[in-house]
Each structure stands twice: as C-alpha cells, then as structure tokens.
Design a protein around this ligand. Structure first.
Ligand SMILES: CC(=O)SCCNC(=O)CCNC(=O)[C@H](O)C(C)(C)COP(=O)(O)OP(=O)(O)OC[C@H]1O[C@@H](n2cnc3c(N)ncnc32)[C@H](O)[C@@H]1OP(=O)(O)O
Ligand SMILES: CC(C)C(=O)C(=O)O
Length: 553
C-alpha cells in the first residue's frame, strides 16, 4: 500500500486554536433537521429520481415531520426545475414546511433558481462555493480575494432578486473542513452583514465536511471555533453537513452538535455522494436511545425504508443501524439466552409497574432499543443456526408454540438441533424446530403404541395400570399414582423405568384445550426425554412416558 502518498489530517486541516467546551456537553434536544435526499442524495444516484419518485420522497419526508426540506438544484436540470415549479402549485407544500433550493454562485444559475421559485413562499435560497485552497487553486482558479468578491457579488445578486419576499438565505463554504478558519469567518461574516441577518430573520451558515478527512474531534473543534467567532451569533443558524468518507459521519454530526451546531443536513439511511451524507435516521434514533425526542416519526421504519429504497433504487443493507433486516436479530447462543431472559424480565417489570410493555423503561441486553418502537415485532429477534444455544431454541418454541421446556430438556434438545444445523449449515426456522422436536420426543410413541389402556384407583393411594402394547404384550402394574402404576407395569414386564422429571402445562388457553407433558426417564441405565400433547393431561403424561421408553428401544 503506497501510504506515503497521503498527508495526515493535521498537515492538511488548519485546526483553529483550541477553545473546547464540547467534550463536556450533552445532547438534550433535537437539532433542526434538513433532509437533502432530493438534492445531495439525488445528485449521487446513477438514475436520478423522476418526478413521481421525487414527489414520493417529498411526501415521505413531510409525513415523517421534517419542516425544512432541500428539494433540488433547479438550475441543474429541467427535472429539478419542473419539480420546484410543481411545488409552487397551491397545496403542494404543507403550510408549516419550508423548501430549500440550491445554487452555485453564478449569476445565470441564481437567476434560473429564482425563476423556479416564482410565486412560492417560505423558501430558503442556498448559495454555495467551494472555499478550500485546492479547490480555489485547481478548480476555480481564484485567490482568496477574488473568491471573496465573487461570493459577495453572488450573494448581493441573491438579495436583489429576493427583494422583500418571504425568502431566507443560506450559505455553504463547500469543503469548509479543509478551508482556513479565518477565511471562512471572513466570507460568512461578509454575508451575515450583506444579508442583514437579525435574530428574527437569521442567516444559515452551513459548514460542510464535504469530504471527510479527519477524526470527528477535529470537525468538532472547527465547528466550536466558528460558533464562538461568527459575527451576530444570535442572527446565525449554525448548520452542519457531514459526509461519511471515513465512516464517521454520524460521529461528526453528534460532536458538531455538542460544539454549537443547531441544524443538521443529511439523507435517510446515509444516501449521498460517494459513501453518503450523514444518516439522519441513525442520528435521530441515537437521540431516541438517550431519552431525547428526535421530533421525527420513525415508528414505522420499514415503510420509511421501503419508500427510500424505491426512490433511490438502492437497498438498505441488512446491518444498517436500526433499519437493517438483521439488526434486532441474535443468532448466537449467549445473546439469545440474555435476550430471552431480558424480555421476560421486561414483561414482568411492566406488569409490576402496571403499564403496557411498550411504555415500560427498556433495559434488555443486546437490544439498544425496543424493536416495537420502530414498528418491528419480536419474531426476528431470535433466529437459530449452528451458533445458537438452548436459550434461543427454547425462546422460539415458547413464543411460537407456547412450549415451556424444562431446563434439562432444553439442553437435550439443543444437542439435537446442533447436529441438524451442523449437518445442513443452515438456519432453522421455528416451524422446523417444532417439527424436529415432535419427531424426536413426541413421535416415538408410535413406534410401539398402547392399543388400549386404562388406570383406576383401586384403594386409597393405590392406582392400577392395565394396557396392551402393540408387539409388546400386556402391561399390568400398581403404584401410588397413575404414572408409578405404569412404571410398575413396565417393571413387571422386566423393564426398569424411573421417572426423573415430570412437567406439564396447558398449550391452548381456555377449557378443553390441549396440554403438553414432558418426562425424563431412566430406562435401563440411560436417560431419555419424551413428550406428548393431548386434551387429557393423563393421556399426555402416559404417552410422554411411553415416548421416552420407546426412544430407548
Ligand atoms: C458538494 C456538492 O454537492 S456541490 C453540488 C454539486 N451538484 C451538482 O453538480 C449537480 C448539478 N450540477 C449540474 O447540473 C452542472 O454541474 C451545472 C448545471 C450546475 C453546471 O454545469 P456546467 O456549466 O456544464 O459546468 P460543470 O458541470 O462542468 O461544472 C464545472 C464548472 O462549475 C464551476 N463551479 C464549481 N463550483 C462552483 C461554484 N460554487 N460557483 C460557481 N461555479 C462553480 C467550476 O469552476 C467549473 O467552471 P469552468 O467550466 O468555468 O471551469
Ligand atoms: C455545498 C454543500 C452543502 C455540499 O453539498 C457539500 O459540501 O457536500
């Protein structure tokens, strides 16, 4: 790897003098959110959204509760222009939502942008220019003074075209994170003055990490410096726009908020240029996990995901935080065991507090949030494969079929499952587990069934069992209960059967429902489990003993 070709961040990024309060701060409220899916997200798609998909994304964003939405780069394409014109039609934008339109600092593009918003109210015009040295030298061909003049000229043009309309202004020094801090201050302060920002008509200064190049603490220092030094701070909304080139876009946004940022631009599920814009879904749900209302509705995360996947034509990966198919699922044995115990403890605690489980405080191992908060059920929480243990297996059989396997039967059955999954290498579903359980512990009763049988209490505490085993002849014995009479009958026929453990419970609630009996029996020196289901508890018990005995054959 030719690593020597790259310079470390501390040589590329001019970090301002450290005045650092952010490490000790806490996030206590949601920022202003601005989804840029229809602009930054859209410009990064191989097939940009058509009008139908744009409208669907816009509707999703308003339904989720976003109040400021960047809707496009209207001077870039006919499609973007027409979409903004569509939003200009009466009723197309909810009354409490502002739209943001994006433009480069070029007079012709600015004029086209204003043509697109003709007749609209509650609009933000967002002007941008790259300001970092490499962009100045290599891309734009302007020194600092020329670029500052160019930006002032463009901003003045924006102000003239806006006149006294209900339009707010936003400026982004693109690649802020690689720009000299004093130059950013010069340029931003120029515009604060030129646009005559005031607390009731603030300007938005949006400071992007256009390409993420350093650890998130560096971005936080840069943001805190701006927060402390921007002119008319109460007339400025300090916004951030992280990208995710180092995979730390979310961390950058969170630390920037600690450092004084008030507004965050990003995309759903982190779509956007290259590795994406910062992911607003993760940011919002990270706040949720801290007990802070994110002010965004993610209660049906799968619907949000479906619409985003449809509009972007990009899948959300299985491991995506909060939204991926696998993120509430445990395959590994010890995790399953802990989750199963945690969920049972949660249900008990909710009952003690007298509140529904979905309102009780959440503290379940391995699950940072209750999947129900985002509209997921518990079906996928535990899935079984060769990495799983008894806890997960028992959990699935319990939640799907109501079985309450005794602990030693859990251990016995997990070895059966292990052999099956080791053999196939595949996941095993709850249905397949039940089938395997039935075949292993219940079905053996059929190998040598009782063709007829009865028990009777022949005296106080004396029970008699009589029956006929197919291919096994008659059985007759006595004991102090029906099952000990049955083992007595086996003893009389020459087979030692000891019942080591017995358990039964109702399977279907209500009268006349089925019961399941579990029996652990020592037969001829070895131990076998059997189980049986019947509407009669006695029949289930007798069949469970017989199943265990037959397994020994
Ligand atoms: C970080 C970001 O996301 S910034 C947003 C990027 N988004 C997009 O580019 C999507 C939409 N863009 C477009 O459709 C086109 O690029 C247009 C319509 C805006 C401009 O198209 P063109 O005039 O053909 O120029 P082109 O696409 O080649 O862009 C390069 C030109 O823009 C100039 N430019 C780049 N940034 C800016 C800026 N902020 N302000 C003014 N000019 C700029 C470059 O210097 C270059 O000019 P040059 O041709 O004189 O050297
Ligand atoms: C210009 C801004 C807002 C941007 O999209 C970026 O820098 O990534």
């Amino acid at each position: 790897m030719p690593s020597h070709r790259y310079r470390p961040a501390h040589e590329r990024v001019e970090v301002p003098p450290a005045e650092r309060a952010w490490p000790a701060r806490r996030l206590t409220q949601a920022p202003l959110w601005v989804p840029v899916d229809l602009r930054d997200g859209n410009q990064a798609l191989a097939e940009p959204m058509d009008t139908g998909r744009k409208r669907r994304m816009f509707d999703l964003l308003t339904t989720m509760g976003f109040k400021e939405i960047e809707v496009g780069y209207p001077s870039a394409s006919r499609l973007d222009f027409d979409f903004v014109r569509h939003l200009a039609t009466p009723g197309a934008v909810p009354d409490d939502v502002s739209v943001v339109v994006f433009t480069a600092a070029r007079r012709d593009l600015i004029e086209r942008t204003f043509a697109s918003i003709e007749g609209m109210s509650r609009v933000v015009v967002h002007l941008y220019t790259a300001t970092a040295p490499t962009w100045r030298d290599v891309v734009l061909g302007h020194d600092r003074r020329e670029l500052r003049d160019l930006i002032r000229d463009a901003a003045g043009h924006v102000a003239r075209l806006a006149g006294d309309r209900d339009i707010r202004f936003q400026f982004s020094p693109e690649v802020f994170n690689l720009t000299e801090p004093d130059f950013v201050l010069e340029v931003c302060n120029d515009l604060t003055a030129l646009w005559d920002a005031s607390p009731d008509r603030p300007v938005i200064h949006n400071l992007p990490a256009t390409v993420e190049v350093a650890t998130p603490n560096v971005y936080a220092d840069q943001i805190e410096y701006m927060h402390r030094h921007l002119d008319r701070r109460d007339a400025v909304i300090l916004s951030v726009h992280p990208h995710n080139d180092r995979g730390t876009g979310v961390a950058c946004a969170e630390l920037a908020l600690l450092a004084g940022a008030q507004r965050v631009e990003g995309c759903l599920f982190g779509n956007g240029e290259r590795t994406g814009n910062v992911d607003l879904v993760t940011l919002a749900l990270n706040l949720h996990t801290q007990g802070v209302d994110p002010m965004i509705d993610l209660s049906d995360i799968d619907e949000v995901r479906r619409v985003a996947e449809h509009c972007n034509r990009l899948p959300v990966p299985e491991r995506h935080p909060y939204a991926g198919d696998l993120v509430y699922t445990a395959f590994s044995g010890t995790h399953q065991d802990a989750i199963g115990k945690g969920l049972a403890h949660h249900a008990k605690r909710a009952a003690e507090l007298g509140v529904p489980p979905e309102l009780a405080p959440w503290d379940v191992p391995y699950l940072p949030i209750d999947p129900a908060d985002v509209g997921r059920d518990y079906q996928a929480v535990i899935r079984v494969n060769s990495q799983s243990g008894k806890g997960g297996i028992a959990y699935l059989l319990h939640t799907r079929y109501g079985l309450e396997l005794p602990r030693r039967l859990q251990i016995d059955f997990s070895q059966v499952v292990q052999r099956a999954t080791d053999g196939s290498g595949e996941e095993i579903t709850a249905e397949q587990l039940w089938e395997l359980f039935r075949a292993t512990y219940v079905a053996p009763v059929e190998r040598r069934p009782l063709t007829e049988w009865s028990t009777a209490e022949t005296g106080p505490g004396v029970h008699e069992f009589t029956g006929t085993l197919r291919d096994g002849g008659p059985l007759r014995g006595t004991g102090n209960g029906p099952l000990s009479a049955l083992t007595g009958a086996f003893a009389a026929s020459g087979l030692d059967v000891d019942i080591l453990h017995y358990a039964e419970h109702a399977l279907d609630p209500g009268q006349g429902g089925r019961a399941i009996a579990y029996v652990e029996a020592r037969v001829g020196g070895a131990t076998y489990w059997g189980a049986a289901v019947d509407t009669s508890v006695l029949t289930a018990s007798v069949h469970a003993v017989l199943a265990a005995v037959n397994r020994s054959l």
